[in-house]
Write a protein that binds this ligand. Structure first.
Ligand SMILES: CC(C)(COP(=O)(O)OP(=O)(O)OC[C@H]1O[C@@H](n2cnc3c(N)ncnc32)[C@H](O)[C@@H]1OP(=O)(O)O)[C@@H](O)C(=O)NCCC(=O)NCCS
Length: 148
């Protein structure tokens, strides 16, 4: 059940009864007369946005399983963390990062998680090293602050 809504190359998500999903279904599927002829058992006729909206509503409320079949987004993710000052240096940051990594790899299907920090942030840099993140590089002149 770890990746119940993914297969080898695809991701499956719920259909939303909103403009974005209705427009997608209307233009990518319903306006294609060959698709309609092959998939509907009704008389072949031009589809309207209203009929596409009706289809979405019915998929959302009536079908046993109606999903949008999607190509996966990037399988890499970034990680940021901030703990309250009075609780720093007590192992809570490490514990929380390890929990987030477990969650990401067990449940979200990502392949990599990368924390970022400023080179001046020795505390975070040391922590990430201790947790065995590998340094992949240093981005130079990335953030401009106060004209420098
Ligand atoms: C970076 C930050 C998240 C670390 O959080 P934290 O809760 O202090 O993290 P930890 O307590 O797990 O680790 C900090 C140090 O405490 C030490 N520590 C003390 N008691 C500990 C315990 N019981 N268990 C584990 N580590 C302990 C760790 O060894 C670690 O030292 P090291 O990194 O020199 O090895 C925190 O300093 C912070 O919020 N900084 C501001 C925001 C920030 O810079 N975020 C990172 C960039 S996105």
């Amino acid at each position: 059940m770890e990746h119940a809504f993914c297969s080898c190359r695809l991701v499956y998500r719920g259909i939303k009864d909103n403009n974005k999903d209705i427009s997608f279904l209307h233009t990518a599927i319903q306006l294609n007369s060959i698709s309609i002829a092959q998939s509907e058992n009704e008389i072949l006729r031009p589809q309207t946005r209203k009929s596409s909206k009706g289809l979405v509503t019915s998929l959302v409320t009536k079908t046993l399983l109606g999903v949008m079949i999607c190509l996966p987004r990037s399988r890499s993710s970034t990680l940021g963390i901030s703990t309250s000052r009075q609780y720093r240096g007590m192992g809570y940051g490490s514990e929380a990062i390890n929990w987030a990594l477990d969650w990401a790899f067990k449940f979200s299907g990502v392949h990599s998680v990368s924390p970022n920090c400023f080179s001046s942030n020795m505390c975070a840099e040391k922590l990430y090293e201790r947790l065995e993140f590998m340094r992949e590089g240093r981005r130079r002149e990335r953030v401009w602050f106060n004209k420098s």
